[in-house]
Design a protein around this ligand. Sequence first.
Ligand SMILES: Cc1cc2nc3c(=O)[nH]c(=O)nc-3n(C[C@H](O)[C@H](O)[C@H](O)COP(=O)(O)O)c2cc1C
Length: 213
Amino acid sequence: MDRTVIDALNWRYAVKQFDADATIEPEKLAMLIESARLSPSSAGLQPYRLVVVETREMRERLAPHSMMNAEKIKSASSLLVLAIYSQLSAETFQTHLNNMAAHGLIPALSEDEAAERYKRFMTRMPQENDFRQWAHKQAYLALGTLLCAAAMLGIDACPMEGFDAKEYDTMLGLSALGLTSSVILAVGKRSPQDPGQHKTKYRRASSVFVLKK
Ligand SMILES: Cc1cc2nc3c(=O)[nH]c(=O)nc-3n(C[C@H](O)[C@H](O)[C@H](O)COP(=O)(O)O)c2cc1C
């Protein structure tokens, strides 16, 4: 029988110990990265970028700033960092509208119309923090897409919030690009020694989880 999405989601778990000698095939990693690029986002704005940390050297440098996750980061094959835009400039917004228009998705807009759209968009998010919260939500949606795609591709993964975003931003040069780390995902191959793979997956029962109206 073909592997279904449910089989894949039952197979996956948050890996605590990766096989440090194993690497993901480049074609599979490329597909995983593509899944994040194809992830939907509010208004299609994709207010984030995906940082792919492939070198062991950089992972070793990030590990001490990763709280309880240091060993996972060192033994993983790659580390993916979803980094959100720290703010949304009028220029970025306008470029997005121009790209949408170039793809025939919206009518072409004059500069004034685009400026008006930006103003309207930002009035819904009056504070800088509101924009960031919104952007984090979009990044987490991409994380969900990545987790599901990784499971389908047979790639092991561990999503993590336990890291020092400020240190990551500095070490990866993200601040200079107007980005800030949101959430990270270590990917690789589970170690045969990782006890997590033998544990029962616990989720609330469907009868409790689903509320039928
Ligand atoms: C957003 C997010 C952040 C997480 N952060 C961490 C983390 O920092 N370290 C860790 O070991 N696991 C982390 N996890 C893994 C969760 O603890 C795990 O997914 C949850 O307990 C369910 O178990 P399962 O994924 O093995 O099915 C995180 C998961 C998510 C979705």
